[in-house]
Design a protein around this ligand. Structure first.
Ligand code: ARG
Length: 248
């Protein structure tokens, strides 16, 4: 992951500068989204490198590329931390028991970019977000609004991520559009979802990886539909963000 991040960084400094910010996001107001996890290289949230989502008391969903090359003891998780350098009172960090990378994760195509982290001790003080079921196809229909949150870059040319947890709203883009020759040209597999704007603008960015793509169900409850995975730059015209489709 450290290497990948460095590679991302290099790629960025070369790309053209455009308007951007979680490009175009707004700060998350505590105590919203307390199930949002941060992955850090130490118990200090400031060493954040990815996001994750608590889906029940013992399990976190994140991106495979976030934990690839790591060990359970090299990664810590933190919760209820809205400001990395100045966490709100009540924030805490927890140890990992183990993690499982999807057996078919492909680190070239990023197909099946999902991993499950098992905690050493269950967390009972946080209400998890539920996973979308396979039957709830409407949750990921084209045009269905989703939310993304993370501590990733605010601008594609930023050196580091955001100190403040940011949120933004992005609609699902049909894979037929996202896979078009002007866009990802066939790189979007059935296990991926595109969300964002073909015109560019609002998007996830480096550091948001592993974090949630989520929406509201018919009962107005939050449901996890995807994981921040990859994208061509951040907020680029014709290149919406790419997310792992959890319903698969
Ligand atoms: N791979 C990036 C990371 O490691 C996430 C990129 C998301 N990019 C995007 N344009 N939506 O943080």
């Amino acid at each position: 992951m450290r290497l990948l991040f460095a590679a991302c960084l290099l790629g960025f400094s070369e790309s053209a500068v455009a308007q951007s910010r979680i490009l175009n996001g707004t700060p998350v107001q505590p105590p919203a989204f307390e199930w949002m996890a941060g992955l850090s290289y130490s118990s200090d949230p400031y060493e954040h490198f990815c996001g994750g989502s608590l889906i029940n008391s013992e399990w976190i969903v994140t991106a495979a590329h976030c934990v690839e090359g790591e060990t359970p003891s090299s990664v810590k998780l933190f919760f209820k931390t809205y400001y990395l350098s100045n966490p709100v009172s009540g924030y805490f960090s927890v140890d990992i028991d183990t993690f499982y990378i999807h057996p078919d994760f492909n680190d070239t195509t990023y197909d099946n970019d999902v991993a499950l982290i098992h905690l050493l001790y269950p967390i009972t003080s946080i209400t998890p977000i539920r996973l979308a079921t396979v039957a709830e196809t409407y949750l990921t229909d084209a045009g269905k609004d989703q939310n993304i949150i993370g501590w990733g870059r605010l601008h594609k040319w930023s050196f580091g991520g955001s100190d403040t947890l940011m949120e933004a709203s992005v609609p699902i883009v049909a894979s037929s559009v996202c896979n078009g020759s002007q866009s990802y040209d066939g790189q979007i597999s059935a296990n991926m979802l595109c969300a964002g704007f073909m015109a560019g603008g609002t998007d996830a960015c480096q550091g948001d990886s592993g974090g949630p793509l989520f929406t509201t169900d018919n009962n107005n409850e939050l449901v996890l539909t995807g994981v921040v995975s990859w994208g061509e730059g951040c907020g680029e015209k014709n290149f919406p963000g790419v997310y792992t489709k959890l319903q698969n």
